[in-house]
Design a binder for this molecule. Structure first.
Ligand code: SF4
Length: 510
C-alpha cells in the first residue's frame, strides 16, 4: 500500500497539513489569526459549522421567555453549587469513597498527570482508551503518558481524527469541526489501520468512515488496560459521576476496561441529583441543539460482586490548576459557572472567522479567552495578552450562554487586569497570573494625558482647537490601528465652535 501512487500523494497532503498545523502553533496569536483568515477552507468549515449549530440551538429554544426562564434556573443552579464549593467537594469525596471510588486531589497539571500515571503503572497498564475530556487536554495527558510508554487512544470520533492528524481540538464539543469530508477521508486512509493491520480503504462516505473508525475502536475498547473519561457533573449527595455523550464511546471507556479513571475540574460538582435536570435541560440544547444526548451515563462506583459488567476499580481526579484562585476572585469567579456547552464559540464572530487553533489554547472562543489566562498551566496574561483583545465586545456570547456568564464583562475585567500597575506576586495572591504584564509606559502616559485633558475644561478647549488647526498635519498611518482602517482626521471645527455658530452659548464652566 505504501507504494501505491494514490496513497503516496494523499499521504503527502496529510503530512503537509500536519506540518502546517505544527508551524502555526509556533507563532504568536496575531500571526495564527492572520494565517487562519487566509485559509479559505478553514473559514468555510467554521462559518458552515457555526451557522449550523446556531440554527440547531435556535430550533430547540422556540420560546424566548421559556429560554430566559431556563437560563435563570441554570445560572441559579451553578451559583448555588459554587456558593458552597469547598463543602460540596468534601461531601463528594465522602460519598464517592463510600461508593468505593478512589478520590485524588491535584493542585497542578503535573500532579494530575502523575496521579494518573501512578494508577496505570500499578495496574501495569500499557494501552488506554479515552473518552472526550477537555480537562485531560488541559493537562496534556496524552503527551505525558506517551512519554512514559503508555498508548492513550482517543475514542470520540472527533478527538480520534484530531489525534490521527497530530493536532489539538478546535472546539470543545466538536474537536474536528475544522475538517471537511475530504480531509477526514485522507486522514483515515493514510494514518489509520484496520484491526488486521491494513490501511483503511479510501472513502468519502460518512457512514463508511464512521464504520471504519468503529471497527478499529471496538477492538481497542476490548483490549485496553484502562479507560479514562471526563465528567460533566459530579453529584455530591450521591457520589455520582455524570457524563453525557452521543457516540457510546464514553460508556465503553468507563465500563469495558478493568480500570476507569475520571478526571474533572473542581468546579463541576453539584449538590443534589435534583440539580441535574436543570443543567441537563440546557447543556445538550445549547451545545448541539439536541433535547437530550444519546447517552447519559451515571457512574456510582466499581462493579459489585455478582455484577457482570463494569471496571473493578474507579478513580476520580479532581483538578485545581488555578480554579481556587478563580473562586477567590469576586468577579472572575463566574468563570467557574461554565458547563462547557460551546455555545459562546458558535455565536462569536471572531471564533467563526479564525477558528479554534488560532487561539493556541485548550479552550478557544470567548470562554477560552476568559479561562485560559486564569489557568495555572497556561502562561497567564503574559502569554495570552493578545488573545483577550480578540473580541469586539458585541455581547453575543453572553446572550448565548445558558448559565448567564457575563463573558464580555469578564473579558473587560481581564483586559484591566492585564494593564494594572502592579505585577502578580506570590502564592495566595488572587490576582490573575501575569497581571500587569501588558502595561506599556508610553501607552499608560498617553491615557493619563488624555484623562487629564478631558477633566480640565481649559486644556480640553485648547487641545481640540489645536487639533482642528493642525488636522492637515495628521500622519497617514498611526501604527497597527491603521493597517486595516483609515486614519481618523480631526474635524475642521470642534464641538464648541459648531455650538457657538449655531447660537448656543458656552456654559459657565465650559
Ligand atoms: S461560557 Fe457559557 S456558553 Fe460558553 S461554554 Fe461555558 S456555559 Fe457554554
Amino acid at each position: 500500500m505504501s507504494n501505491n501512487p494514490q496513497f503516496i500523494e494523499l499521504k503527502s497532503v496529510v503530512d503537509q497539513e500536519e506540518h502546517d498545523f505544527a508551524d502555526m502553533q509556533q507563532r504568536h496569536f496575531k500571526v495564527r489569526a492572520q494565517m487562519a483568515l487566509e485559509n479559505d477552507t478553514l473559514r468555510k468549515s467554521f462559518r458552515g459549522a457555526s451557522d449550523f449549530l446556531m440554527g440547531k440551538r435556535k430550533a430547540v429554544f422556540p420560546d424566548s421567555d421559556e429560554l430566559e426562564a431556563l437560563r435563570d434556573r441554570g445560572e441559579a443552579a451553578r451559583q448555588r453549587s459554587l456558593s458552597k464549593l469547598p463543602e460540596l467537594l468534601e461531601q463528594l469525596e465522602r460519598s464517592l469513597t463510600a461508593n468505593g471510588v478512589h478520590v485524588h486531589w491535584a493542585e497542578t497539571a503535573e500532579q494530575a498527570n502523575d496521579v494518573i500515571h501512578k494508577i496505570l503503572e500499578r495496574r501495569n497498564a500499557r494501552t488506554v482508551v479515552k473518552g472526550k475530556s477537555m480537562v485531560s487536554e488541559e493537562i496534556e495527558l496524552n503527551h505525558y503518558l506517551e512519554q512514559h510508554g503508555i498508548e492513550c487512544l482517543e475514542s470520540d470520533m472527533g478527538e480520534y481524527l484530531v489525534q490521527l492528524g497530530k493536532e489539538t481540538p478546535s472546539h470543545i464539543i466538536m474537536p474536528a469541526i475544522h475538517k471537511n469530508k475530504e480531509q477526514i477521508a485522507r486522514l483515515m486512509h493514510t494514518r489509520a489501520t484496520t484491526p488486521d493491520g491494513e490501511a483503511v480503504p479510501y472513502t468519502e462516505d460518512v457512514d463508511d468512515l464512521i464504520g471504519n473508525a468503529r471497527a478499529i475502536l471496538r477492538e481497542k475498547f476490548r483490549t485496553a488496560d484502562a479507560g479514562i473519561s471526563g465528567v460533566n457533573m459530579a453529584i455530591a449527595e450521591t457520589g455520582t459521576l455524570l457524563l453525557v455523550e452521543n457516540e457510546g464511546n464514553g460508556r465503553m471507556c468507563t465500563t469495558v476496561p478493568p480500570v476507569h479513571i475520571a478526571i474533572t475540574g473542581i468546579e463541576k460538582v453539584v449538590e443534589k441529583l435534583t440539580d441535574v435536570p436543570e443543567l441537563l435541560t440546557l447543556l445538550p440544547r445549547s451545545a448541539t441543539g439536541q433535547i437530550i444526548t444519546t447517552y447519559v451515563n451515571m457512574i456510582s462506583g466499581p462493579r459489585k460482586e455478582g455484577e457482570l459488567d463494569g471496571p473493578d476499580e474507579v478513580h476520580l481526579v479532581l483538578l485545581d490548576n488555578g480554579r481556587s484562585r478563580m473562586f477567590n476572585h469576586p468577579e472572575l469567579k463566574q468563570t467557574l459557572q461554565c458547563i462547557r456547552c460551546g455555545a459562546c464559540m458558535n455565536h462569536c464572530p471572531v471564533y467563526a472567522r479564525v477558528g479554534g487553533h488560532a487561539y493556541g489554547s485548550t479552550y478557544p472562543g470567548p470562554i477560552g479567552q476568559v479561562v485560559t489566562p486564569q489557568l495555572s498551566s497556561a502562561g497567564g496574561l503574559a502569554e495570552n495578552g493578545d488573545m483577550i483583545n480578540a473580541c469586539s465586545l458585541n455581547g453575543a456570547c453572553g446572550e448565548a450562554c445558558p448559565v448567564r456568564i457575563p463573558l464580555p464583562d469578564l473579558i473587560r475585567n481581564l483586559r484591566a487586569e492585564a494593564v494594572k500597575p502592579h505585577r502578580n506576586v506570590g502564592v495566595g495572591d488572587e490576582r490573575v497570573p501575569g497581571a500587569g504584564t501588558q502595561r506599556h509606559l508610553t501607552e499608560a502616559l498617553i491615557w493619563k494625558g488624555w484623562s487629564t485633558v478631558h477633566k480640565v475644561p481649559f486644556l480640553y478647549r485648547f487641545s481640540t482647537n489645536a487639533l482642528a488647526m493642525g488636522r492637515g498635519l495628521m500622519p497617514s498611518k498611526i501604527g497597527p490601528w491603521t493597517e486595516t482602517r483609515s486614519t481618523p482626521k480631526p474635524a475642521a471645527k470642534n464641538l464648541h465652535q459648531l455650538a457657538r455658530a449655531a447660537g448656543i452659548p458656552d456654559q459657565p464652566d465650559d
